[in-house]
Design a binder for this molecule. Structure first.
Ligand SMILES: Cc1cc2nc3c(=O)[nH]c(=O)nc-3n(C[C@H](O)[C@H](O)[C@H](O)COP(=O)(O)OP(=O)(O)OC[C@H]3O[C@@H](n4cnc5c(N)ncnc54)[C@H](O)[C@@H]3O)c2cc1C
Length: 478
């Protein structure tokens, strides 16, 4: 990847009615940026309704009371530094391997029971198949289109300490089987992932963290290479199984250290499995990376020239605490601008030279916006609706928030659901044993610590909903 030469994208704006403060698009590799003027008017205003204008009851009223109370407990801890910081230290301590019986979350029943009924249930789908199936059913009953499910194994590379953390990285457990090396880590990952596929159905997504397959895979990714043949076979098996069940696959973006290898293998999978006019496989693009416009441009070119659908899942990026900071946009605002630029560019079918007048044709793209940023997702939904209503070209789009986070954003989107079935909203969850999920829980807690204003908003919204239910209970009983 030409990281060193990646030029900072600057964006040019098309008028848009609702927010975001920035509407943006790419122009070749030479980007120019202009902010949307607050009073700019949309060419489409007459035919559309602002999503915010729709009168609604509290979005959180859809939340079952037990979930609401647990969410309030977690939001209370997350929004108060004097509660969150000690909780983070405890979680981080428990994450360390080889804990004594007393401190082993899988072996100490009291510790297990407490963590399971609080943090684990808030953010994770279950330890057993039945628990996971129940969680998915609950998502669908609440109006979500489906679930995005991950098996909780991954490796995180800390750029500062140059150390890898996670399961399956202690040592190689390779065996020689009939002349070829058989890696037990890849096999364990394959089994866990196949089990996950079997829990999913049409409308659900499988999300995979490829580093969870252990050292042989992470070594290849570090070198920017494809993983070993055993892993490629496992991926083929998983893609075929998913295709048969109508389940789509999202390959998660991970630590930058592994990213070039992950991008390489995902592009191969998209080439092979996205040939039926839709994306079976999605790659994840991290908007916070300065290099992402170049990466995306390369993938759009491949998709346009070779005729496969590009699965474009867009996130801001979750590894800011461990990745090399110089690779990431200098400010949050730059990351926001980059995110909105790609999301809106895809919805307008205009990214860089693709889709532009006298440019290259815009390829087939399926978009997935994974974000808790309400302004970004509402702006994207409005733009999508506007374009659908006046029959302007656009791309299919889905939205996702993480299980246990930003329910207010999820339910606000669900309240906008129209007769066409849009917006399609998903909850993304992780399953696995409590011990396996601790690193994931720790990352969620750190994310909450870093999103102070959002966690504060969430806490106030949840508290208001609890208050509303208490008041209606009192007025009902009097
Ligand atoms: C369904 C789902 C799937 C996800 N999958 C992945 C994945 O595969 N890979 C992955 O990396 N992440 C993933 N994430 C996490 C995501 O990348 C973000 O960390 C998280 O969602 C917060 O970003 P946001 O869009 O919700 O918005 P916000 O909360 O508005 O943005 C916070 C984000 O902005 C960026 N940021 C914050 N401060 C700065 C700064 N000073 N300079 C530059 N940028 C800054 C960071 O990316 C931070 O996470 C996923 C999130 C969701 C909801």
């Amino acid at each position: 990847m030409a990281l060193a030469t990646a030029r900072r994208p600057v964006f040019k704006v098309k008028p848009a009615t609702f927010t975001p403060r920035y509407g943006v698009s790419f122009f070749n590799n030479d980007y120019s940026f202009q902010r949307v003027r607050p009073n700019s008017t949309s060419v489409l205003t007459k035919t559309t309704r602002s999503p915010e204008a729709k009168p609604t009851i509290s979005p959180l009223s859809a939340l079952p009371t037990t979930v609401l109370l647990r969410s309030l407990l977690v939001a209370t801890i997350s929004s108060k530094p004097y509660l969150l910081l000690p909780s983070l230290s405890i979680l981080s301590f428990l994450c360390k391997p080889r804990r004594s019986l007393l401190l082993n979350v899988d072996r100490n029943p009291i510790l297990h029971g407490f963590l399971k009924s609080t943090f684990y249930k808030q953010f994770c789908a279950g330890e057993t198949h039945d628990e996971v199936k129940t969680t998915i059913r609950q998502f669908k009953n609440m109006g979500f289109q489906g679930a995005i499910m991950t098996y909780a194994k991954e490796v995180v590379f800390d750029h500062r300490t140059k150390a890898q953390h996670g399961l399956g990285i202690m040592q190689n457990q390779d065996q020689d089987v009939a002349g070829s090396v058989f890696c037990a880590h890849i096999e364990a990952w394959r089994k866990g992932t196949v089990e996950t596929v079997e829990l999913l159905g049409k409308d659900d997504y499988l999300a995979v963290k490829l580093t969870g397959a252990g050292p042989n895979v992470t070594e290849a990714f570090t070198a920017g290479e494809l993983p070993p043949p055993q892993m490629l076979d496992a991926l083929d098996e998983i893609c075929t199984k998913c295709k048969d069940r109508g389940v789509r696959i999202i390959v998660d973006a991970e630590s930058h250290h592994f990213l070039s290898g992950i991008l390489r293998v995902t592009l191969e999978l998209m080439r092979k499995y996205n040939r039926d006019g839709y994306a079976s496989v999605y790659n994840t693009y991290q908007a916070y990376l300065k290099s992402t416009p170049v990466t995306l441009g390369r993938h759009l070119a491949a998709s346009s020239e070779e005729g496969f659908t590009l699965g474009l899942k867009l996130v801001r990026g979750a590894y800011i605490a461990t990745d090399d900071r110089s690779l990431i946009h200098d400010t949050k605002q730059d990351t926001d601008d980059a995110y909105n630029s790609i999301a809106q560019g895809a919805l307008r079918q205009e990214i860089g030279e693709f889709g532009r007048k006298n440019g290259r044709p815009f390829p087939s793209v399926n978009l997935f916006l994974a974000s808790h940023n309400k302004a970004s997702v509402l702006a994207a939904h409005q733009l999508h609706q506007q374009r659908m209503e006046v029959k302007l070209p656009t791309v299919p789009v889905g939205y996702a928030q993480l299980h246990g986070m930003s329910d207010e954003v999820s339910f606000s989107l669900l309240q906008l659901k129209g007769s066409g079935g849009d917006p399609k909203v998903y909850k993304c969850s992780t399953w696995g044993g409590l011990g396996e999920c601790l690193a994931y829980l720790l990352r969620r807690a750190i994310e909450n610590r870093d999103a102070v204003s959002r966690t504060g908003d969430e806490y106030r919204a949840l508290k208001a909903e609890v208050g509303r239910r208490l008041r209606s209970l009192i007025s009902f009983s009097t």
